[in-house]
Design a protein around this ligand. Structure first.
Ligand code: EPU
Length: 336
């Protein structure tokens, strides 16, 4: 276990915010985590668990303990003719696992290529892209309860997954820490390519296969999303709002080109990026915070931004979208 005191969180958040934490504790095993949870440092301070730091925004210094998993293993636990079952440590970098799956010819998570972050956080956030969500490939989530340090296993049904939602973000928020996730991947080539023009894009690189799907998705993401090494960011800043059919029909009359995704007979989802773009925010900068010029859903740190500056920009955007479209945008990024 590694324990550090008074450290800068700059290397631990992709937004590139230079906040500080009183303590940083990194554990390598379940036993290490249990020892940490029962220790005085953890019992006497507030704690916050981070993954790859790719979906959070530090507003101030953190007066407490930041926990991080370095549980790193990938283990095949079972297989049959159709599926392989793989247990993965929460500290494995998500895209390393996707690469491993693709190299072995196993399907299910290739559309989630290049999503930043680690495996534990992927299961908390129910990461999704290009028509696929990680819940589709999860079988079980193994965790440790913060208050007792006891282990518990959640079936995928227990996790109450929804769009960027899970029980770990709601009822069990700050109650459990995920130590590993069990996945079921397909051995047969069953792909999901119906998102926008994805199939056409894949065909440009030859046949439809796992490697070409992964490389196409990587190219699309690189063309739209800024490199965190150049401009700090946390991917999509807001969630795509789900609105009533009534409001959607009104908007569609006014803006016939509005993109939308079917949710149910009563609701429709619209892309927050499109709404923000229509309000004229794309490429705009306020202080050291800006709206990415290739994808209005992404807010970026132009250099040295404080968390509060990013929040100020986000609030201005929320007010514009509310006044133009009557829609409330909710942050996908967690404010800490
Ligand atoms: N659009 C604009 N202007 C913009 C941005 C988007 O008009 O500045 C329009 C696009 O033309 C398109 C629609 O909005 O018609 C949707 O855009 P895009 O395909 O880029 O996807 P998104 O809805 O903005 C979501 C996820 C992304 C994920 C992509 C692809 C959310 C909050 N975001 O973005 O996830 O990669 O779909 O599946 O659901 C993330 O969560 O960090 C993330 C990047």
């Amino acid at each position: 276990m590694i324990i550090k005191q008074d450290i800068s969180l700059l290397p631990y958040n992709t937004f590139g915010i230079d906040a500080k934490a009183d303590y940083f504790v990194e554990y390598c095993s379940i036993e290490d985590l249990q020892t940490a949870l029962l220790s005085e440092i953890v019992k006497l301070n507030k704690i916050f668990h981070i993954g790859g730091g790719s979906n959070l925004l530090f507003l101030n210094d953190y007066k407490g303990v930041i926990l991080h998993s370095a549980i790193k293993f990938i283990e095949i636990i079972n297989e049959d003719t159709d599926y392989v079952f793989i247990k993965v440590g929460s500290g494995i970098v998500w895209d390393d696992f996707v690469m491993y799956a693709v190299e072995n010819g196993w399907c299910g998570i290739e559309n989630l290529s290049l999503i930043p972050g680690e495996v534990g956080a992927a299961a908390v956030q129910n990461i999704g892209a290009y028509g696929v969500e990680v819940q589709d490939s999860i079988v079980k989530v193994n965790a440790v309860e913060i208050s007792t340090a006891l282990q518990k296993t959640f079936s995928v049904a227990d996790c109450n997954y929804g769009y960027r939602e899970s029980i770990f973000k709601n009822e069990l928020n700050t109650k459990y820490i995920i130590t590993s996730v069990e996945f079921r991947l397909k051995k047969k080539p069953i792909f999901k390519l119906n998102y926008q023009h994805l199939e056409e894009e894949v065909l440009k690189s030859g046949e439809v296969n796992l490697k070409n799907i992964r490389s196409t998705i990587i190219d699309i993401r690189k063309s739209k999303l800024p490199d965190t090494n150049v401009f700090g960011n946390a991917g999509s800043f807001f969630m795509n709002p789900v609105i009533t059919k009534e409001l959607f029909n009104e908007l569609q009359n006014q803006y016939p080109q509005i993109p939308h995704y079917f949710v149910s007979d009563a609701e429709e989802k619209v892309p927050a990026g499109w709404l923000i773009d229509q309000c004229g925010w794309k490429g705009k900068q306020l202080g050291n915070a800006a709206v990415h010029d290739k994808q209005a859903l992404v807010l970026i740190n132009k250099g040295g931004a404080k968390g509060q500056e990013i929040v100020y920009l986000a609030q201005q955007i929320q007010a514009s979208v509310k006044s133009k479209f009557g829609i409330e945008l909710h942050a996908e990024v967690n404010y800490i």
